[in-house]
Design a protein around this ligand. Sequence first.
Ligand code: HSE
Length: 297
Amino acid sequence: SSVTVHAPATIANVGCGFDVLGLCLTAPYDTVRLTRREQPGLVIHHLDDYDLPTDPSRNVAGAALLALLRAVPEPLGFEVEITKGIRPGSGIGSSAASAAGAVVAANALLGNRFSHKELIDMAMYGEAVASGVRHADNIAPAICGGFTLVRAVTPALDVLALPAPPLWVAVVHPQFEVKTKEARAVLPTSVPLALAVRQWANVGGLVAGFLTQDNALIARALEDYIVEPARASLIPGLGDAKRLAMAAGALGGGISGSGPSIFMLNKDEATARAAAEALGSVYRKMGIDFHLHVGPI
Ligand code: HSE
């Protein structure tokens, strides 16, 4: 028997919520197909041209599935076929999608014996392979959908799955590389209290804005005062892109995850298309290739 899963792209941080907030997109997505095999263990194939490792312990889906195999008493074997619809390194949760899709597909084949929380915990092993950090801010929305708040990872995973407001997102993926490791190395190790106060006021405001579908509050609360300023120099064009997209009517936005993609939230499809055009115009002018994505969240 086999199961095929569409594993969606996600936006980590969502402005002010560094390492805690995440938003699930409807597209693009990875396709992960799992088939039970007689022999125990994993065989991984990539049906795309990204030249990703297929050794299970070095593959994000493989590492997540190895965690799942450790949690089941019986010896199990899976054949895994992955088709990347999300470009690796784009900053919209490419590694998280493959890892999440793999454990969700395995769980379906096993009669759904694991909870979302257990699956998130397993899929985080894939993130550790990709970036060295077992973070859940892309994994949680990829598995739960909607909008998620990772309230704690230790001592126990505590994830809140919340409904996302009916917004449209515009994403630009400029074709340069920002490694998550480097994007974390530029961050401050301590933060002045006054800045921290502004930041957690925004996180609370943003969560409230999403839950009450208050677009004006969402627009006021998105801004990240701590992480994005430290990373801005890694993303040429960020300031212009945000300014032009806001002028086109976007509510606000920022770096998606650790970049290089930039996301903007919008009240409707027409505004999202105008914002995407504005984002693209900045990189066209700079002579940097880019991909755009527009869709409902
Ligand atoms: N929250 C993480 C970061 C996401 O911003 O570094 C990395 O994908």
